[in-house]
Write a protein that binds this ligand. Structure first.
Ligand code: THU
Length: 139
């Protein structure tokens, strides 16, 4: 993945973060997923008064893509932290989101966890979810 593509994905995640619906936690997350088709989809976390009904930013982005007919994720960027503009934290994806990435991404899919376009950590999906359970286990 080219550096400029990474920066673009991170920029989109940061923009999506501004749309987070977070009346309960005050923790705003944005995600942008690049699909193998070349299209990008963004998402934010969407909270609920019944806390368990909350949807994470990563899953919002991936579900938007899948519901448009997309199936293969090529890369994802995530940016999160307390509401406000300066991110002091790398917001690593939760376990459920890692599992959803596993459903639609290959093991070497890049996962960019960003504070800004210039400050991010890069992982592979397999690095974040070693020995993950996938559809191939069910055949
Ligand atoms: N959150 C995400 O959006 N992604 C994650 O991977 C971890 C957590 C959200 C859910 C909730 O709205 C807030 O962060 C605090 O848990």
């Amino acid at each position: 993945m080219q550096e400029e593509e990474k920066r673009k994905l991170i920029r989109a995640a940061l923009e999506a973060r501004e749309r987070a619906y977070i009346p309960y936690s005050g923790y705003a997350v944005g995600a942008a997923v690049l699909m193998e088709s070349g299209k990008m989809y963004t998402g934010c976390n969407i909270e609920n008064a019944s806390y368990g009904a909350t949807n994470c930013a990563e899953r919002t982005a991936i579900f938007k893509a899948v519901s448009e007919g997309e199936r293969k994720c090529a890369a994802i960027a995530i940016a999160g932290g307390r509401a406000g503009s300066v991110l002091t934290d790398y917001a690593h994806p939760c376990g459920i989101c890692r599992q959803v990435m596993r459903e639609f991404g290959e093991k070497d899919m890049p996962v960019l966890v960003a504070k800004s376009e210039d400050d991010y950590r890069e992982y592979t999906l397999d690095g974040l979810l070693p020995c993950g359970f996938g559809g191939e286990n069910l055949v």
